[in-house]
Design a protein around this ligand. Structure first.
Ligand code: PLP
Length: 362
């Protein structure tokens, strides 16, 4: 089905989001950096996978780490193990977390675990919510940043208080850190410092890092040994995962040092959006490389206006719009390598023109 906004966006010289196209070149570039003689991993064993797992366990400050083909698999398994350890089949998380809205109730259907939704759809889970949990909860999952509400983060003090409370009550605390590396510049903490507040953590290698796919789950040694058994049961122990592992490591080395730049880029860009009529960003000041852009204009009115803007300036703001009620729409943006390549003059010109168009649309 043709999507005119997507097509117009694809033709722009300066798309503002991400690192680049998700094409085969991404894998080719990564694999080019390695010797063809390097032995592949085999069913979860071999130096290639073990070295990467050891490296990530060190970075995350955990006893052990295991590479998974997906975060979906890694997290369902993590919660299953915490539920088994506590002998309770209930796990708490945000109503808009990945498990609740993108996984077809996998945790319940595959593991019989009942989700307990905590907090409101338009805000973060806070200490007050956590204190309302009763003793029949095995674990709590926190997603940092909370993607579906623009990538918001709690204050670090709040996070420490939640962690201390969970430890006191024997509730395992799991971090959905799909974008953990992306929040380090805001918290001014190391990954290990943040992970120390949690009993287990998952990180992704295809978001801010920009690899092909894949995830690391990290925790104590016994927990990780059990996760390997579940990985086998889930069919996640592919005979070789090296295309994912090598690209994860390659792009980690390339982009982990850039997280500060992506974060500063997101703050600058949110400033440009917020100067425009009818536009506000969520959060107003981004706390990672991502944020949401809300526009008080119906999707069908904004779409042609954006397509004109792309034609006239070559700057592509988004390839999609999502309706929010009858009179507004929004989209997500996340900053990667592309943003710094856009000449500032072109960007300023595009935003000035966008502002004019929005003012004329009132
Ligand atoms: C916050 C969050 N958690 C978990 C996942 C699942 O990751 P995967 O696509 O590797 O299954 C995603 C993927 O978008 C995510 O954004």
């Amino acid at each position: 089905m043709s999507n005119p906004l997507q097509e117009a966006f694809n033709r722009t010289a300066y798309p503002i989001t991400g690192h680049g196209k998700r094409n085969v070149q991404v894998l080719k570039e990564a694999l080019d950096a390695y010797e063809g003689e390097l032995d592949s991993d085999v069913y979860g064993a071999g130096r290639l996978i073990e070295d990467f797992q050891g490296k990530m366990a060190g970075i995350l400050g955990k006893e052990a780490a295991v590479f998974f083909p997906s975060g979906t698999m890694a997290q369902q398994i993590a919660l299953r193990i915490w539920c088994d350890r506590r002998g309770i089949k209930r796990a708490a998380y945000h109503p808009l977390c990945h498990l609740e809205i993108h996984e077809q109730r996998g945790l319940h259907e595959l593991h019989g675990i009942e989700p307990v939704l905590l907090g409101g759809k338009d805000r973060l889970i806070d200490l007050g919510d956590v204190k309302e949990l009763d003793d029949t909860i095995a674990c709590l999952l926190l997603e940092l940043p909370q993607r579906e509400i623009g990538g918001q983060l709690p204050d670090y003090g709040e996070l420490e208080a939640i962690s201390a409370y969970c430890r006191e009550r024997g509730i395992a605390l799991h971090l959905d850190g799909a974008r953990l590396f992306e929040i380090l510049p805001y918290y001014r903490k190391s990954a290990a410092e943040i992970c120390a507040l949690f009993d287990s953590v998952y990180v992704s290698f295809y978001k801010g890092i920009g690899g092909i796919a894949g995830a690391i789950l990290a925790g104590d040694a016994e927990f990780m040994e059990r996760s390997k058994v579940w990985k086998r049961r889930h069919g996640g122990d592919l005979i070789s995962l090296y295309p994912y592992i090598l690209s994860a490591d390659f792009y980690f080395e390339e982009r982990f040092p850039n997280m500060e730049r992506y974060y500063e880029g997101a703050r600058e860009l949110a400033g440009f959006f917020n100067e425009c009529h009818q536009i506000s960003t969520l959060p107003e000041e981004p706390v990672s490389n991502m944020f949401h852009v809300h526009v008080k204009l119906p999707k069908e009115r904004l779409e042609p206006l954006l397509m004109e803007l792309y034609e006239e300036t070559g700057v592509g703001l988004t390839h999609y719009l999502r309706e929010k009620g009858e009179a507004s729409c929004y989209f997500e943006t996340s900053i990667g390598d592309r943003y710094a390549r856009i000449p500032k003059d072109e960007l300023r010109r595009a935003f000035a023109l966008l502002n004019e168009k929005l003012a004329a649309a009132l």
